[in-house]
Design a binder for this molecule. Structure first.
Ligand SMILES: [Zn+2]
Length: 339
């Protein structure tokens, strides 16, 4: 029998035991954009037992420069990222069980998916969602690895509930990059790969149970400016932290649940989620919307190109209106087409 993991097993901190551990572990990656693609591929190649991926987007041409799991065909057909990712990941390693969910990370369904999850990997592009993940991780006592990147810059930090300060504890020391997003200042793929490499290395340590080896610093770098900083944050854990302190209230869990209408960060797009879940019949909807513009459709979503905007309607009722920044105008289009 060929042993596909032989080189990894020769690495003594993993060894045969570690490989066995990896094989039994379940990792949940939130977001399969650039970071999520990179860490999903690495974890699947490494032979983890089970991977769950969730993402709400479909593949676009502007993703291909850095989102390594996707192809031109995926962009052409607007395939949901998790569907394209799952197909690719299973062709890389059929032994790994891959579960894919077309889902918003702030969905009420997320807690259900946390059952028997050993590790959460952050691959989102949104701080509200990261703080929600941080609360979930504390509530369900699951380690998680924060990662973010934009431009030539990246940051990562490993959070182990009960042992390290949480993201909320670090709120005041984290560099403020609000307003900097991939859509405003761009991003280069090496920044993605460096963050993902650190995240995956930390993931291996957690999954094989080598906690002593975990990096205890908040790490940031700029690969273009040749900068690398590590901040020692061990003493920053706050006893009265609302997320990880003695009497946690998990403030970000209730905050996210109330959000129904959301402006997608820096994308010149507005997302609308209906207050109650719906199931659209996309075939029927296509007929109904034909007078409004050109329609493109696949089994998961329908896209309508109108004169001055493009609207994408997902089967579960979620809607993204591109080319739009005015919330009231977006609502009015929504009600006109779907109300
Ligand atoms: Zn905390």
């Amino acid at each position: 029998m060929h042993n596909r993991y032989s080189r990894q097993q020769l690495f003594s901190p993993i060894g045969e035991n570690g490989q066995q551990q990896l094989n039994e572990k379940h990792v949940l990656i939130i977001g399969v954009g650039a970071l999520g693609s990179a860490s999903a591929e690495a974890l699947v190649r490494a032979g983890i037992g089970k991977l769950t991926i969730i993402d709400r987007d479909y593949v676009e041409w502007s993703n291909l420069q850095r989102q390594q799991l996707y192809t031109e065909q995926d962009a052409q057909e607007k395939v949901p990222k998790v569907i394209a990712a799952k197909k690719r990941l299973q062709s890389i390693n059929a032994e790994v069980e891959v579960n894919a969910y077309i889902l918003d990370a702030s969905s009420e369904k997320l807690p259900e998916l946390l059952e028997n999850v050993d590790l959460l990997m952050d691959a989102t592009d949104n701080f509200d969602i990261r703080f929600m993940l941080n609360d979930l991780a504390q509530k369900y006592q699951i380690p998680w690895i924060y990662g973010s990147c934009v431009s030539s810059y990246g940051a990562t930090y490993t959070i182990v509930p009960g042992k390290t300060p949480c993201l909320h504890c670090l709120l005041k020391v984290m560099p403020n990059t609000t307003g900097m997003t991939c859509d405003t200042v761009g991003i280069i793929s090496p920044a993605v790969q460096i963050v993902a490499a650190y995240q995956v290395a930390e993931a291996f340590k957690i999954l094989v149970g080598d906690e002593k080896a975990l990096r205890k610093t908040y790490l940031t770098f700029d690969v273009w400016q040749n900068q690398h900083y590590e901040m020692n944050v061990e003493k920053l854990r706050k006893e009265d932290c609302p997320s990880c302190g003695e009497n946690p209230t998990y403030p970000y869990l209730s905050f996210e649940n109330q959000t129904k209408l959301e402006v997608l960060c820096g994308r010149d797009a507005i997302q609308i989620r209906p207050p109650k879940p719906v199931q659209y019949n996309l075939e029927q909807l296509a007929v109904q919307l034909r007078p409004y513009g050109e329609i493109q459709q696949n089994p998961y979503l329908l896209s309508l190109q109108a004169a001055d905007y493009r609207i994408v309607i997902f089967q579960d009722g979620r809607v993204v209106i591109h080319g739009m920044q005015d919330i009231q105008e977006a609502k009015s289009i929504y009600y006109r087409l779907l109300g």
